[in-house]
Design a protein around this ligand. Structure first.
Ligand code: ATP
Length: 355
């Protein structure tokens, strides 16, 4: 038996009945509903105001019912209704972002995955402690600008989509830079970006085994980021910055990628270390997560961020990916989540995958 994340009291609303899979109508909700439906679960879409019309365009992913709230922040007021429906909330990036970490952490409805991960993910320093203590290589941090020995990226805390990030090609280029808020100065890693979609199941025995449970790779993407991806077309970035044009990293879309096969063992090793360390630190990061990093020309993988729930890049693979097809054709991350809930119920181990 693994680590119980949810108390008996928390699970009362889903005991002895088929749960309803619920999420906020945004981000990767179509995929989550589609996957839940294939696995035989009823679905509920939480929406702000009227149900979004574009859901009508996707009948296989439209939830069975909608629950409307005036704003996302009002969600805690409808938790009685969600419990009555036997809802299990599947959180995605926007869900936690819009609701706020406090309200999410204390919401009295069963949630898929371990909520305790939030405390480690939302604080950049704690995230670094977690990953580095797992033996993962991250971009160097410069506490003292005098130590800068190459290109750097200055990241402001809470800069959504990297708005306001600042790039400098060396220490000299940063002279005269006056930060406008709390920030970190990080090594700018030159290489190619990979966003790897993993799934950790504490209740599965087969496949790529960890100390407890097993790890799956379900897909991989690269994000399209505006304006940085096309900035070069206007000329040298330094000149652009002098003209007041700043690079931004706002995600506008995603493209599918695969990794050189010989690099896959390294990718699994990094993911496994992160999960095993999470078990020691806070009971385990259960379900989907995404490792976001850069592979250098020396084939060193440097992780700059981890997302600890379903990422929007998985929407590329609603009908499977080159990786998930080798596990089971047609296996999306949304469907994998529903499958985990199904297995948890069948084996009386829901407490290990819900919190
Ligand atoms: P998110 O919207 O994912 O929360 P964020 O604002 O936390 O983004 P990061 O994910 O840390 O910012 O970085 C945004 C983008 O900046 C990355 O997708 C990548 O393109 C680039 N980037 C971040 N860190 C580095 C780095 N150390 N070296 C090179 N590029 C980086």
């Amino acid at each position: 038996m693994g680590i119980p994340l949810a108390s008996e009291a928390r699970l009362e609303s889903v005991n002895g009945r088929t749960p309803t899979i619920a999420t906020l109508c945004s981000h990767s909700s179509l995929q989550i509903f589609h996957g839940a439906r294939i696995e035989g679960f009823p679905t509920l879409g939480i929406c702000v105001g009227s149900p979004p019309k574009f859901y009508d365009a996707f009948p296989l992913a439209r939830p069975d019912q909608f629950l409307s709230v005036p704003t996302v922040k009002d969600l805690p007021k409808v938790t009685d209704k969600l419990r009555e429906d036997g809802a299990i909330i599947v959180p995605h990036g926007s869900f936690v972002e819009y609701l706020g970490p406090e309200a999410f952490a204390t919401m009295d409805v069963p949630v898929f995955g371990n909520r305790a991960v939030l405390g480690w993910e939302s604080d950049r320093r704690k995230e670094r402690d977690w990953l580095e203590s797992a033996g993962v290589t991250m971009p160097k941090l410069f506490e003292d600008p005098k130590q800068i020995d190459g290109p750097v990226i200055v990241k402001y805390y809470g800069a959504k989509g990297g708005k306001g990030f600042f790039l400098a090609k060396n220490r000299e280029a940063l002279e005269g830079f006056h930060p406008t808020g709390p920030h970190v100065i990080q090594e700018y890693v030159l290489g190619t970006r990979y966003y790897m979609h993993f799934f950790y199941s504490p209740i599965t025995d087969g496949g790529y085994r960890l100390r407890e449970g097993s790890l799956e790779l379900l897909g991989m993407d690269r994000r399209d980021e505006a304006n940085i991806d096309e900035l070069y077309k206007l000329g040298a970035q330094e000149e652009l910055m002098k003209a007041g044009l700043r690079p931004t990293f706002v995600v506008t879309g995603n493209v599918p990628v695969i990794l050189r096969e010989s690099l896959l063992p390294r990718a699994f090793e990094v993911a496994a270390r992160i999960v095993e360390r999470s078990i020691d630190l806070f009971g385990g990061m259960v379900g989907p997560f995404c490792i976001e990093g850069i592979m250098t020309e020396d084939l060193e993988f440097k992780v700059f961020e981890i997302s600890t729930r379903i990422v929007a890049g998985t929407n590329l693979f609603i009908s499977g990916s080159p990786y998930s097809d080798l596990i089971e054709p047609g296996l999306s991350t949304g469907r994998r989540i529903a499958r985990e809930i199904k297995r948890g119920r069948a084996e009386g181990r829901l407490a290990e995958v819900l919190s």
